[in-house]
Design a protein around this ligand. Structure first.
Ligand code: SF4
Length: 401
């Protein structure tokens, strides 16, 4: 294999992949689930090294990809120009997807695995989609999927039962809640009952991704509830690009509100427990790198999504970015964490399929400095201590202690 797993993941994001007729993705894996993950419209693959990737296969650009997935005697193989690149595995369909909650809803329509964590969108449709004219972010597919692929109404117990099933069946350690825009500004209020119940009944780590609240004390409440991670989707760093792609966010929130929330949360949650999210490929790589550095200076990790022109979205006809343009961006995701002493990769068993994790970005960096090496050693010690503590908490909650 010429590309290492991190390079391959990035290249697959940029080029997508074709499926050979031999593939039986519904029988052998979990098929293609377009849920409100926005950019997660693809096939869940496990690459060499246990790297999870949600690979675009349905979008137009993927039809021209040099990568083709084949099912062969020994399993699934990715080929490029006919030459075998590497063997891969399809993410098996978790049995809990077909189990029903007490209210009779299939658990696979309550939450889905995005890599090895459980993603849940408990609130209703983002209000930007219901405005006239629509004010939704132009790349977003949220309004296309609700009701089609997932339940519109999820009770707290639906979510708890699904999380318990995912924990016990798949070893899930992290539940990620996501919410779009609410006209009344109560995004966090809507999530709170779910968060409380998950913390109390499952012991799992909880992340929250929501519109930045104007009332910053809301984050003190989240911290008290035991939320482990918060993230903020600013999407674009350049002001003009932000206004063009995210008209609703520009009109009702503004970029300042994102930066203020990120700054406040890094102070109360601590370094590495906050992320600023941006999309690479809809503005210059230089802008995205400036976003990464701005977040890093505040103590936040940059979560960088590779732009995917998902079918049916306003941006479906735009091209995805070129791999070569993305390499410096993702190198900086990794080196900025080391340069600013931001912890990453500490929690156990969190593999994310829809973005490159900082530790996966390491595959793109040919060399690091002595200072960066020392920071890595520090991280290893933190990881060891946290994982021992977390396993004990989980065993207690699962009744295994
Ligand atoms: S805020 Fe933007 S990206 Fe998020 S759900 Fe609403 S339209 Fe989609």
């Amino acid at each position: 294999m010429k590309l290492n797993p991190g390079e391959l993941k990035l290249d697959l994001y940029c080029n997508g992949m074709q499926l050979d007729r031999s593939c039986a993705i519904d029988e052998d894996g979990c098929g293609i689930l377009s849920t409100r993950g926005g950019l997660g419209s693809g096939l869940e693959l496990i690459l060499p090294g246990g790297v999870h990737a949600n690979v675009p296969v349905t979008e137009e650009f993927a039809k021209k990809s040099p990568y083709v997935l084949h099912k062969e005697a020994g399993g699934y193989v990715v080929r490029k120009g006919g030459v075998a690149v590497c063997g891969v595995a399809l993410l098996p369909r978790p049995a809990f997807y077909d189990r029903k909650t007490a209210t009779g809803k299939p658990m696979g329509r309550i939450g889905i695995l995005q890599g090895t964590y459980l993603g849940i969108y408990p609130a209703g449709l983002c209000d930007f989609w219901g405005m006239g004219p629509r004010m939704n972010c132009r790349f977003c597919s949220v309004g296309l999927n609700l009701g089609a692929n997932e339940e519109a109404g999820k009770t707290v117990m639906d979510v708890v039962e699904t999380a318990l099933a995912a924990r016990d069946e798949c070893g899930v350690t992290f539940v990620h809640f996501n919410s779009g825009f609410c006209r009344n500004g109560d995004e966090l209020g809507k999530l709170e009952p779910y968060i409380k119940a998950i913390k109390e009944k499952t012991g799992l780590l909880v992340g929250v991704q929501a519109i930045p609240s104007a009332d910053l004390s809301a984050y003190d409440r989240l911290k008290k509830m035991g939320v482990d991670h918060v993230s903020f989707c600013m999407e674009l760093f350049g002001p003009a690009e932000f206004r063009k792609t995210c008209p609703g966010k520009a009109k009702y929130l503004g970029q300042e509100r994102f930066l203020k929330a990120i700054g406040y949360c890094t102070r109360i949650f601590g370094k590495g427990k906050v992320a600023g999210e941006v999309i690479a490929g809809l503005e210059s790589p230089g802008n995205t790198i400036r976003a990464i550095e701005t977040f890093a200076k505040m103590g936040a990790v940059a979560t960088v999504c590779v732009f995917r022109p998902c079918k049916g979205t306003d941006y479906q006809d735009l091209p995805p970015p070129a791999y070569e343009d993305m390499v410096p961006v993702f190198r900086r995701v990794y080196t900025a964490c080391l340069d600013y002493g931001i912890p990453f990769g500490i929690a156990p068993n969190i593999k994310v399929s829809i973005v490159m994790l900082p530790e996966e970005c390491a595959c793109l960096v040919p060399e690091i400095t002595l200072g960066q090496r020392l920071q890595l050693a520090k991280l290893q010690a933190m990881k060891f201590a946290f994982q021992a503590y977390f396993r004990a908490v989980l065993a207690l909650k699962s009744g295994k202690l």
